[in-house]
Design a protein around this ligand. Structure first.
Ligand code: ADP
Ligand code: MG
Length: 332
């Protein structure tokens, strides 16, 4: 027995006219239901274009997008663009009526035919997004993070099957961001919602996504579980997207005691550490970047700079001479 794929792209291409060829090229993918799929890539790699194609806000030039086996209609074919079973949330929260209360901003999207159901459902999403306490507040007075929660509540109230997020956390303070990410994960676990999110923040995709798709110049260059892609990226591009790693040339790597045939040697911050050696303290601590529970150390030898993670803050100071042990590296 074959089951119909949930949401899939079949060799879709969308090219924007212009001097430089831009858009997405022959992308095929299958989105797993009830999971969070993250699309990551550098700016201009086609993330938003892909998301809009999946939603039906754009029509592919070639190929097609299917939701439960049926082709998704593009904006030319549909009065209100966007698939009815999906909702998209972007950074701009302009859809909010700033003069109305939070409660009304959310409830307004429910039909008036069953007032009791409308009230119950509104309270339910307010609770899910942890904004029940804001119900009577006028939207005008909300913080950026609170507005984003309201925007997500507005997307969820009609129980879409898929929620698409286009870098919606950019305007949200780091401290609020994590809470919001957790709450979205919770909603996915509790309701079986499918989330497709676009981001360029490695911390965000690594902690939130079940599946990761890496886009470069409009093409998928890698896809898989976040942990797998992080530990064993197949490309330098992916490694650089997912971590603040050091990339050494072949010759520089040799100066660090790594003999390799590859052009690029990649060392993650957690793959090298200062050691207690009496001899060969040939590295100098140049910068200590305090991160709370850990520090990033920038250490130098000649013109080579390495970024290291130090989980014992306070141990090293600028100017200290240290010996380094490199435990692992990648070759590209
Ligand atoms: P991302 O979201 O990854 O930053 P986009 O999907 O927005 O990338 O854009 C991919 C490429 O397509 C970029 O080079 C961008 O300049 C170009 N592009 C996006 N939208 C349009 C458009 N409407 N017309 C022309 N070029 C566009
Ligand atoms: Mg974008």
């Amino acid at each position: 027995m074959t089951t119909t794929p949930f949401l899939q792209a079949l060799a879709i291409t969308k090219t924007y006219p212009g001097e430089r060829v831009a858009g997405v090229k022959r992308i095929s993918l299958s989105i797993q239901p009830k999971k969070i799929t993250a699309i990551i890539g550098e700016s201009g790699s086609g993330k938003s274009t892909l998301l809009r194609l999946l939603y039906g806000l754009l029509s592919p030039d070639e190929g097609e997008v299917q939701f439960k086996g049926e082709r998704i209609w593009g904006p030319e074919e549909k009065l209100i663009p966007g698939h009815d079973a999906m909702k998209m949330v972007t950074q701009d929260t302009d859809g909010l009526n700033v003069y109305a209360k939070v409660w009304d901003n959310i409830a307004v999207l429910m039909p008036n035919t069953d007032v009791a159901a409308k009230e119950e459902r509104t309270n339910q999403v307010l609770k899910q997004l942890n904004i029940l306490h804001l119900a009577d507040k006028q939207a005008f007075f909300l913080s950026g993070g609170e507005k984003q929660r309201v925007a997500i509540a507005r997307a969820l109230i009609t129980r879409p099957e898929v929620m698409l997020l286009d870098e919606p956390f950019n305007q949200v303070d780091t401290s609020f961001r994590e809470g919001l990410q957790q709450d979205i994960r919770q909603v996915v676990q509790e309701t079986g919602l499918t989330v497709i999110m676009v981001s360029h923040d490695p911390a965000e995709v690594l902690s939130m996504a079940d599946e990761l798709i890496v886009l470069k110049d409009g093409e998928i260059i890698e896809a898989g579980k976040p942990k797998t892609l992080y530990q064993n990226p197949q490309t330098l591009y992916t490694a650089k997207l997912l971590t603040n790693c050091t990339v050494l040339s072949n010759e520089d790597a040799r100066h660090c005691g790594i003999s390799s045939k590859a052009d690029n040697i990649v060392i993650y911050p957690e793959w090298a550490a200062p050691t207690n050696s009496w001899t060969r303290k040939d590295w100098t601590v140049k910068q200590v970047l305090f991160k709370g529970s850990y520090e990033d150390l920038l250490i130098e030898k000649g013109h080579i700079t390495l970024r290291l993670l130090n989980d014992a803050p306070g141990k090293y100071h600028i100017g200290d001479k240290v010996h380094i042990k490199i435990n692992r590296y990648l070759e590209f």
